[in-house]
Write a protein that binds this ligand. Sequence first.
Ligand SMILES: NC(=O)c1ccc[n+]([C@@H]2O[C@H](COP(=O)([O-])OP(=O)(O)OC[C@H]3O[C@@H](n4cnc5c(N)ncnc54)[C@H](O)[C@@H]3O)[C@@H](O)[C@H]2O)c1
Length: 260
Amino acid sequence: MTLISPSPADLGGRTALVTGAAGGIGRACALRLAAAGAKVRAVDRDAEGLAALDEEAAGRPGSVETLLLDLTDLDAAEQAAAGTDILVNNAGLQLVRPIEDFPPDVFSTVLRVMLEAPFRLIRGALPHMYGQGWGRIVNISSVHGLRASPFKSAYVSAKHGLEGLSKTAALEGAPHGVTSNCLCPGYVRTPLVERQIADQAAAHGIPAERVVTEILLADSAVKRLVEPAEVAELAAYLCTEPASFITGASLTMDGGWTAH
Ligand SMILES: NC(=O)c1ccc[n+]([C@@H]2O[C@H](COP(=O)([O-])OP(=O)(O)OC[C@H]3O[C@@H](n4cnc5c(N)ncnc54)[C@H](O)[C@@H]3O)[C@@H](O)[C@H]2O)c1
């Protein structure tokens, strides 16, 4: 598949901060932005995953510097974002439980990592972006930023909040050359989802392919998972000059899920 891809020259001289970069989509974004020439600061609380990313990034174009940070430390998150040209808010976590059984402390943590931390990261990044009249904020939202599913109260609430934050940042940032957008993927092939597929296959006693097509992708017209690299490609595109008019948008990559 050929997409409009930022070439190595496009993001040369830019610094990018990617949260949740040790795994899945974040890792793909970090590697893609580095391949486009950006100097990437890869943030995660997973030391092992960061070390693996470090190894993988070695010898590739661009540069990746890893930073071990738990985003529940909001002051540290805000400081880490200072001086970046591109911010990818990606870190996230999920707990699937009915509301009456949902632990309040987990609800708070999900909101803290997936909504408060992005607010603080944006807050930390804006002075430099505004100062130079250029910045790109890419928020990895989800179909669940636009639609609800049962048993995912914290995740759906956080993603809907992130959608509002992103649009507000877009309105405030426009006069300063800063864009802010959400990417809204359906199910992406990451370790998190692979585990869900295996669990559901065991629970329902059906093959993994049927879990994907009949359960996860019941509302998706395209019956396959999105690849992390596809999400990273769109994130990288949003950082280019031709994308400067795209702001305040929620770009779905959901195989037609929200077309219903
Ligand atoms: N996988 C999907 O199907 C899917 C679909 C739509 C949206 N998303 C979103 O994409 C993003 C990435 O998801 P993924 O599937 O790659 O998941 P993942 O679990 O592979 O990666 C998430 C990363 O966030 C990090 N993280 C979690 N809490 C953190 C904290 N407190 N401090 C620092 N880092 C922390 C984790 O260590 C992990 O490396 C999430 O925001 C998720 O909601 C995923």
